[in-house]
Design a protein around this ligand. Structure first.
Ligand SMILES: CCCCC/C=C\C/C=C\C/C=C\C/C=C\CCCC(=O)SCCNC(=O)CCNC(=O)[C@H](O)C(C)(C)COP(=O)(O)OP(=O)(O)OC[C@H]1O[C@@H](n2cnc3c(N)ncnc32)[C@H](O)[C@@H]1OP(=O)(O)O
Length: 214
């Protein structure tokens, strides 16, 4: 792996802990006590960046401030295993700005129920969520359901049926549950609903990783 953030994965593979490290020190202090507010502010920035049509002057003003902020963040870059984004389990969507913010209502070996809300950042068109973001949310929550049931897995396939338009700015319910298992294979199902209306349903196969498997 090369580039500004490269080099983190090979060390983990050498340690033989599999594709997603399970032995991470799972503290919720990393990033500081206000890290969750920072992530939420970044999300708001992403929403507004998608919605805004700035003047040239405003664009240039924001650009110079953003460059200064990016320089600050570059000075505190660390490897993926200890970066709080994606590993702060106390925050919506593990503090991962890539994901629509979700929180669990219920979680166990049989399955999980999460509530989530897509925002302007996730717009596809005509006030509807982009289908790729639906897939992202479903993959994430099914992956966590597979993880709770079996251990660390990777998605082998994921089939999504888009049943009706998924709305922005609406609290939705995402359920994912284990349908059956065969050896390393876990077959799961999921539904994404707006109240009684099903927006999407899905079926997927997740494969339990072998020790040291990337
Ligand atoms: C809950 C804890 C929270 C902790 C939080 C803290 C930190 C956060 C850390 C982690 C994050 C936590 C959760 C993650 C959340 C979301 C997860 C997202 C998951 C993904 O988004 S992950 C990216 C996309 N994913 C890939 O990047 C996979 C690329 N791929 C491969 O890496 C290999 O392909 C692999 C490994 C899949 C299999 O490879 P392999 O060599 O291990 O096994 P093999 O090929 O032998 O398959 C074994 C058996 O599955 C059958 N099989 C395989 N593929 C099939 C298919 N497509 N259709 C039908 N059957 C299939 C075979 O036919 C055989 O079946 P049989 O045994 O019956 O012959």
């Amino acid at each position: 792996m090369t580039g500004e953030f490269g080099g983190a994965l090979p060390a983990a593979v050498e340690e033989g802990v599999g594709g997603f490290r399970t032995t991470i020190e799972n503290t919720t202090e990393r990033g500081g006590v206000n890290y969750g507010e920072f992530i939420e502010e970044v999300r708001t920035f992403m929403d507004r960046a998608r919605a805004a049509c700035p003047t040239t002057e405003l664009n240039d003003d924001i650009l110079s401030r953003l460059r200064a902020i990016n320089d600050l963040l570059k000075g505190v870059t660390i490897d993926e295993w200890y970066a709080p984004s994606g590993t702060r389990t106390d925050l919506p969507a593990r503090g991962n700005i890539m994901l629509p913010p979700y929180t669990f209502l219920d979680q166990g070996a049989d399955g999980v129920v999460a509530t989530l809300r897509f925002r302007r950042f996730h717009l596809g068109g005509n006030s509807a969520v982009h289908g790729g973001y639906v897939g992202l949310a479903v993959d994430e929550v099914m992956g966590l359901a597979a993880g709770l049931a079996r251990g660390i897995t990777r998605t082998a396939y994921l089939t999504i049926n888009y049943r009706s338009v998924t709305p922005l700015d609406t609290d939705l319910e995402l359920k994912a549950w284990v349908d059956r298992t065969e050896g390393r294979k876990t077959f799961l199902r999921a539904t994404l609903s707006d109240g009684d209306r099903v927006c999407a349903d899905a079926e997927a196969l997740f494969i339990l990783l072998n020790p040291g498997q990337r």
